[in-house]
Design a protein around this ligand. Structure first.
Ligand SMILES: O=P(O)(O)OP(=O)(O)OP(=O)(O)O
Length: 194
């Protein structure tokens, strides 16, 4: 099925008191040069195998829920291509999709390990017209939907993109080097380097 999404960096952290948090770890079975992604994901206590094709706003996605045993069988094959994050799911205020009644859901990902302090927010739409109409709230920052470096597979393989103020790529130990502090982005929980 089609997945229609727009993705943004954060200008600031919103109030998440009504949002739900789930731990996510995901790893990629395919290398970056493959046009199709094959992703293993643990979300809370559930496990998924997902195939994704295409890039940008509209992507093709197939997903199946799998067992923990099946997940563990393939997880070792994702070494070096993994992402850990906390995903906050909540509702946007009505109106930002042009319909005063409708409420869109957001997914705010707080990346961990070598990808901290990256945070991104995604909104999924029923169709392309709704995606086009979308007016992001003021806590959304720069849109990165079309920037391949912010795809989770690219982040898993290369780490934080250089030149974005978020980091200069993954260090040899895979822990990332995201110590830049000039991003102007929020970075709650980031340890003070001093
Ligand atoms: O939750 P999804 O399926 O949108 O996937 P993601 O982990 O946000 O990854 P991507 O960078 O492929 O949208």
């Amino acid at each position: 099925m089609k997945e229609i999404e727009r993705k943004y960096l954060l200008a600031r952290r919103p109030d998440l008191s009504a949002a739900q948090a789930e731990a996510v770890r995901q790893g990629y079975l395919t290398v970056l040069s493959d046009s199709t992604e094959l992703r293993l994901r643990q979300k809370g206590t559930r496990y998924f195998l997902t195939q994704k094709g295409g890039e940008g706003r509209v992507r093709e996605e197939r997903e199946a829920e799998i067992t923990q045993a099946q997940f563990e069988t393939f997880w070792p094959a994702t070494a070096g291509r993994r992402v850990e994050k906390t995903r906050w799911t909540g509702q946007l205020l009505p109106g930002c999709d042009g319909d005063p009644e409708a409420r869109l859901a957001f997914e705010l990902d707080v990346f961990e390990a070598g990808l901290a302090p990256l945070e991104m927010v995604e909104v999924e739409f029923a169709d392309e017209a709704a995606a086009e109409r979308f007016e992001p709230p003021d806590w959304f920052g720069r849109e990165v939907t079309e920037d391949k470096r912010f795809g989770n597979r690219a982040l898993a393989v290369y780490g934080l993109p250089a030149g974005t103020g978020l980091g200069s790529g993954r260090s040899d130990d895979g822990s990332g080097s995201g110590s830049d502090s000039d991003s102007g982005l929020t970075s709650p929980g980031q340890p003070d380097p001093a």
